[in-house]
Ligand binder design. Structure first.
Ligand code: G1P
Length: 279
């Protein structure tokens, strides 16, 4: 039903310098898989097999990751090491990948607007790969696809955060529609705690209807002088309907060192219930 998923991946990842000096932050591995691969897997699981990247200079490693690596693959062909490529090969067989570049870093809203050329006139998913999500029962984007099937409007995933952290997120306020679903009345980008209308923070999963592109085009710069997707969604919420969905599962903020390490520990434990340390 929704076939495309957009990945804004042009950002610099300054919090991880010097690791991200010459390497895209999305290629940082959580155990043995780059962050971006977890996101693409989630999109594919939600039925979105047309993967669209809004990329930038020095991000070529992402394109290479979703392509054949002839020399290496020939070298390890028939060996045990080949098993490590099973998942990425499955993604490559199931999905198509397209790319466009964001020329200037003018905010998440600008990145998404840049992606219009790859998305066209249809509803689409957005994954911010920094937010690594473990869905309960099913992946978070798949949960959101089910809600979209019912309400046919833009949806943002939300999570309750401590009050003192509201200024790191877009924050929604709204009326409860059903359990875990809110009709958004307003949303505001990164408000300080004392100005925040709630502690329901938007995390990096969105389903957007294509009229968002018109809203983005007509938008003045917002918080930090950037074009904010939150502001464009606010316009949509006023004109029609936007839903905030309190997703079932857990999120790791892999844009922060703490979240990155927590995710690494989590996935390592999942992989090897009894990890052989120093063997
Ligand atoms: C972006 C959005 C923000 C959202 C966050 C989720 O901010 O602008 O509304 O809460 O992603 O991760 P960023 O983290 O890119 O500053």
């Amino acid at each position: 039903m929704i076939s495309k998923c957009l990945f804004p991946v042009a950002g610099y990842g300054t919090r991880f310098l010097p690791a991200t000096k010459a390497m895209p932050k999305e290629m940082m591995p959580i155990v043995n898989k780059p962050l971006i691969q977890y996101g693409v897997q989630e999109a594919m699981d939600a039925g979105m097999r047309q993967i669209a990247f809004v990329t930038g200079r020095s991000k070529r490693a992402i394109e290479d990751h979703f392509d054949r690596t002839y020399e290496l693959e020939e070298q390890i062909s028939g060996t045990k090491a080949e098993e490590n490529l099973l998942e990425i090969r499955q993604l490559m067989q199931s999905c198509t990948f397209s790319y466009t570049r964001q020329v200037q870093m003018k905010g998440l809203g600008d990145a998404i607007r840049t992606g219009e050329t790859l998305i066209g006139d249809q509803p689409f998913g957005v994954i911010l790969a920094d937010d690594l999500c473990i869905g309960e029962g099913k992946p978070v984007l798949s949960q959101m696809v089910e809600i979209f099937a019912k309400y046919q409007c833009s949806i943002v995933a939300v999570e309750e955060v401590p009050r003192e952290e509201t200024e790191k997120y877009g924050i929604i306020s709204g009326k409860q529609l059903e359990e875990g679903l809110f009709i958004v009345e307003s949303m505001i980008e990164k408000p300080p705690a004392h100005e925040s209308p709630s502690n329901h923070a938007i995390i990096g999963r969105y389903i957007l209807t294509p009229d968002i592109f018109d809203n983005l085009r007509n938008l003045p710069p917002g918080r930090n002088g950037e074009i904010q997707i939150t502001d464009a969604l606010n316009v949509q919420a006023k004109k029609k309907m936007v839903i905030g969905y309190q997703f079932k599962g857990r999120r790791f903020d892999c844009g922060s060192l703490e979240g990155f390490v927590a995710a690494t520990n989590y996935f390592f434990t999942q992989m090897k219930p009894d990890p052989p340390i120093n063997r």
